[in-house]
Design a binder for this molecule. Structure first.
Ligand SMILES: Cc1ncc(COP(=O)(O)O)c(C=O)c1O
Length: 402
């Protein structure tokens, strides 16, 4: 979710940054620098050995026992979404159902393959695409205009929590559509014990620097258990070439950089611990808000803070720790005044974005997404965040709400 990094990470004494790259870097600096040195010494900057090693190790981390998963590295999460859609041969004449409450790339990737995004509202507790709203669209083609046939559903595992995969798998069977995961925010998340990346026909990951598994620049990856789709994605990411300088299709240049793969390989060995630390920090926040008498568990905020709803069938990785609160913008300004970082993911739902006006949606079409956009607030969350810093965040919120 690109935004101004310096706003997110301004880490002056007494501040609680939303995210602090420096602390993670201090832990892994030597490993990262020697990994980068090895790439520089080896001079294989494009699709070098580290790319193959990372693809294999990352796919292995996302696979279920006894199942082989393929990983195809690419230039960004946005490209990973495009590769997943294009590999499934989704294009003009097709429609893809997805959520209006996500980062822009979720919808722009559908447009980029020439298909039509069809939006359905979210579940207000998890903020993920509602399976019930998706079913209503699949059952009643009259709800959408135009001749497109629904070829795929693309839920997003928002904030690091998997969408309701039991329900989406049933829809896939009943309506014979492809199921693609936007897993950009969810490396290491699970649904019924199965990792994100292994759930759909294909999945797209982002390793953008703010992600829970992140590179030192843009990077992404597609995963799939289907050999033919993996082969097609590999071909498309390299100008449609299977054999050098013989182009079978018009693909794209979306190779994963070897330097980024080297960084990612180092970080991959830490990701389980980092995700566990995030879960412990989320638990701390819950306890602190409860102690302060501010915790609320309803769907919508009353006088306090609605804590993140954790779906019991899933394993959350808290890529973001997002609460829901009234007077959100005032609270955010108050926190900024106290040098406490926060962010809004996302202030404008996709159906109301200027660039997507031609989709024909209007205010009021997706009330849950619109309400979430007005109430959600992401609080500081990164594995190295300390308990005293969390106490500072909760105390400031308590002061605001008192
Ligand atoms: C849900 C979601 N989808 C797609 C993307 C696009 O990833 P990238 O920024 O790596 O292109 C992001 C991240 O920015 C995201 O959060």
């Amino acid at each position: 979710m690109p935004s101004n990094r310096s706003d997110l990470t301004a880490s002056l004494p007494g501040n609680v940054p939303l995210l602090d790259f420096a602390r993670q870097y201090a832990e892994i600096r030597e490993d990262v620098l020697s990994a980068l040195e090895r790439v520089c010494d080896g001079h294989r900057f494009i699709l070098g050995e580290e790319v193959a090693q990372f693809e294999k190790a990352a796919a292995q981390a996302c696979s279920t026992p006894g199942t082989h998963l393929y990983g195809i590295g690419c230039a960004s999460g946005t490209d990973a979404l495009w590769l997943a859609l294009a590999s499934k041969e989704i294009g003009p004449g097709d429609a893809v159902v997805t959520t209006p409450f996500s980062f822009f790339a979720t919808v722009s990737s559908i447009l980029r393959v020439g298909a039509r995004p069809l939006l359905a509202d979210i579940d207000p507790r998890t903020y993920n695409l509602s399976a019930a709203a998706t079913k209503a669209l699949l059952q009643d083609p009259g709800r959408y205009r135009g001749p497109a046939r629904i070829a795929a559903i693309m839920p997003v595992h928002l904030y690091g929590q998997c969408a309701d995969w039991d329900a989406f798998s049933r829809l896939q069977q009943d309506f014979n559509v492809a199921l693609l995961e936007d897993a950009a925010q969810a490396f290491g998340a699970r649904w019924n014990g199965r990792p994100a990346g292994s759930l759909g026909d294909m999945a797209a990951f982002s390793f953008y620097p703010t992600k829970n598994l992140s590179a030192y620049g843009d990077a992404g990856m597609v995963t799939t258990r289907h050999e033919d789709l993996a082969e097609r994605a590999r071909m498309l990411r390299a100008h449609g070439m299977r054999q050098r300088y013989y182009h079978d299709e018009v693909g794209w240049n979306s190779r994963l950089d070897t330097l980024q793969a080297a960084v990612l390989l180092v970080k991959l060995s830490y990701i389980d611990r980092w995700n566990q630390q995030r879960r412990e920090l989320a638990q701390n926040y819950g306890e602190l808000f409860q102690k302060a008498g501010l915790a609320e568990w309803g769907t919508y905020p009353e006088h306090g803070i609605v804590l993140p709803y954790v779906e019991p069938r899933g394993t959350h990785v808290y890529h973001q720790y997002v609460v829901r609160v009234r007077r959100r913008d005032e609270l955010r300004a108050f926190l900024t005044g106290r040098h406490i970082g926060s962010e809004i993911y996302y202030p404008v739902p996709l159906h109301l974005q200027a660039a997507l006006r031609e989709l024909g949606y209007v205010q009021g079409d997706f009330p849950e997404s619109e309400r979430a956009a007005a109430e959600v607030l992401a609080l500081p969350m990164f594995p190295e965040l300390t308990r005293p810093e969390q106490e500072q965040v909760v105390a400031a919120i308590a002061e605001f709400l008192s």
